[in-house]
Design a protein around this ligand. Structure first.
Ligand code: ADP
Length: 595
């Protein structure tokens, strides 16, 4: 404020300003600005105006901070996405390499069945991994676009927990980890909610616990009901592990998409860093929360709270199904893996079946023979396929030789059983089931096998679907999909006619006689006319079977509202691609034979 200084500044600028701060008695800061300008330059008169700019400055600072953090977030998001994409490409490349390499080896090994079977099984494993990766990405995009919807269906709780445990027992055992699950007695027998999504959340946390725990460690899950208000209950899953733990620095980021504690995680443990982000979103939708506590080197504890519904109707329905029990049945379980024996035993016991177990094929034969000699018999023998010394099929053949056709023999296998199906049937096996066993699948297998005996009904239960004499119209634009579907359909006796788009399908349907097609398989995304439009047009055309011909949607974008859209267009069922042959056959059988 020295006059000479002010005049010197005013020589070069018409107006200039200076800033200063003052503090009041309570140490609050005020920012002041003084502006200087000539009032009358000739007379040497200068005018000074003082303004309080505290608010303006604060606002500016806030704006600037906001902009800076937005910029930072945008940069971070973009680099996370770039990093994610490159990691994803790597993740996709690994199974892709296996698929391409194995196909080439298989092509060179024509004639060598063993080598080809090995290649095909490896291709299967890699494809399934790819599929799970794509499903994760789809889930993320469903969440981001708000398209993920929750179902309200009955969740028979014991079945639900058993399902999870069966998978976890196998995963934990493969890594030599002790796994246990405890359920508080106050949980209900049936809840209402989205079973698949809840299972996805719990399985993700549990698989992580198993994945990040070294050999010899422990993983446990405790389930309890926290609150019950009228028709709502809060359920708590606490999952503990003695694994590597998570650093304090990483915990705040753990639920962010694509976040992994270190980049070596993917190569060491697999996974995409999407699991927990998806889980957190699902739990939020269930009005719940998911929390984590961890100590590096000691272990981790995840707590998942979710809100589920309870209805009397649900309880009633569940009881109805559960009342179909099998108390008169005697079963023998044969598996070299004692845990599987015990676990299958628990499931059987839950269904009311009396059971015994043995740990080898030879012992199974001895047990069956001893019972046979004392004029008694098992109703059911469940055998593992891969057992040392004597495998399941050999054992089955021997048992069948001793006791004749009365006993039901089921082979359980964790492997793809298509390759042994024929041999097993020749050996007298009634049914093949995949391990891990789910109570629900055992239940329906039993209903299938014993339904006739119990109910005295003679409904022909088709397991080996034969569609000879049936004709299907396949509307699909992608040549490779056409080839796969045609082969699968022809394999079971179908005559297949192909339409390359919806318009052509409509034309083929309308220009053929009534009843010419037994079913229509309809892709949704097709050029010229999409599947929804084609289905709706077929339903509205004047042909006599237009309303009744089964139309089954086949689509890769299995969002919930796509299913609704295909139903609204008049389709009867919806199959997700990639096509699971068994699901395809059973859906077709359901609509063709029972229409
Ligand atoms: P992914 O397991 O596919 O990497 P998630 O979203 O499920 O993705 O997990 C994100 C990350 O959180 C993991 O990569 C890991 O670093 C960390 N994490 C999750 N659960 C555990 C656990 N039980 N112990 C140690 N680290 C864990």
């Amino acid at each position: 404020m020295i006059p000479a200084g002010i005049i010197r500044n005013l020589k070069t600028q018409r107006v200039f300003s200076t800033m200063y701060s003052i503090y009041d008695d309570e140490h609050r800061v005020y920012r002041k600005r003084i502006q200087y300008a000539y009032l009358d330059e000739a007379a040497g008169q200068v005018v000074m105006t003082r303004t309080d700019v505290t608010d303006i400055m604060e606002e500016q600072k806030k704006q600037q901070d906001l902009l800076e953090s937005a910029l930072l977030a945008a940069k971070q998001a973009s680099s996370a996405k770039t990093e994610f994409l490159s990691r994803m490409s790597h993740e996709i490349m690994t199974p892709m390499n296996a698929i391409i390499g194995m196909s080439a080896i298989a092509a060179q090994s024509i004639g060598n069945d063993e080598e080809i079977a090995d290649c095909i099984s490896k291709i299967g494993i890699s494809s399934r991994f790819l599929l799970s990766l794509i499903n994760d990405i789809l889930d993320m995009s469903r969440i981001e676009s708000g398209k993920m919807l929750l179902k309200n269906e009955n969740i028979p709780f014991e079945e639900f927990v058993n399902g999870i445990n069966t998978i976890c027992f196998a995963q934990a055992q493969a890594r030599n980890i002790y796994y246990e699950c405890t359920v508080a007695p106050d949980v209900e027998e049936c809840y209402v909610g989205d079973a698949m999504k809840l299972q996805q959340v719990v399985m993700n946390v549990l698989s992580n616990a198993i994945k990040f725990t070294p050999e010899g460690g422990r993983v446990s899950m405790n389930i309890s009901q926290r609150k019950r208000i009228k028709d709502n209950a809060e359920l708590r899953f606490v999952i503990n592990d003695t694994g590597c733990g998570i650093s304090e620095k990483f915990i705040p980021h753990i639920f962010e998409p694509f976040a992994q504690e270190n980049t070596s995680t993917t190569s060491n443990y697999g996974g995409t860093g999407l699991g927990l982000a998806i889980s957190k979103n699902i739990v939020d939708m269930m009005n719940g929360q998911i929390n984590v506590r961890s100590i590096v080197g000691v272990g981790t504890e995840f707590t998942v709270d979710v809100n589920l519904g309870i209805t009397d109707e649900a309880r009633h329905k569940y009881r109805e199904r559960a009342s179909y029990n099998f108390t008169e049945l005697k079963a023998l379980v044969g598996d070299d893996d004692v845990t599987v024996c015990e676990y299958t035993g628990i499931i059987l016991k839950g269904m009311g079946v009396q059971f015994e177990w043995v740990d080898s094929g030879r012992k199974a034969i001895d047990k069956v023979t001893a019972k046979w000699k004392s004029k008694e018999s098992f109703d059911l023998v469940l055998l593992d396929w891969k057992m040392p010394d004597m495998d399941g099929i050999e054992t089955a053949r021997e048992i069948r030789r001793i006791v004749g056709p009365d006993i039901t023999i089921i082979i359980m296998t964790a492997y793809d059983w298509a390759s042994i199906e024929h041999e097993a049937k020749l050996a007298g096996v009634n049914l093949l089931m995949s391990k891990p066993m789910f109570k629900s699948s055992l239940m329906s297998a039993f209903e299938k096998v014993f339904g006739d005996k119990k109910e005295g009904e003679h409904e022909d239960i088709v397991t080996n679907f034969d569609f000879t004499g049936k004709r299907v119209l396949l509307a699909e634009d992608h040549p490779l999909n056409v080839e796969v579907a045609t082969k699968l359909l022809e394999h079971r006796g179908f005559a297949v006619e192909h339409a390359e788009n919806g318009l052509r399908a409509l034309e083929m349907f309308t220009t053929t006689p009534v009843g010419y097609y037994d079913a229509i398989l309809m892709d949704i995304r097709m050029p010229q006319m999409d599947g929804l439009q084609a289905a709706s047009n077929i339903r509205h055309c004047r042909k006599k079977d237009a309303k009744t011909v089964p139309i089954i949607a086949m689509t890769a974008n299995a969002f919930e509202d796509d299913i609704e859209k295909s139903m609204a267009a008049g389709m009867n069922a919806h199959l997700a691609k990639p096509i699971e042959p068994d699901v395809l056959y059973s859906t077709l059988a359901q609509w063709i034979f029972r229409k």
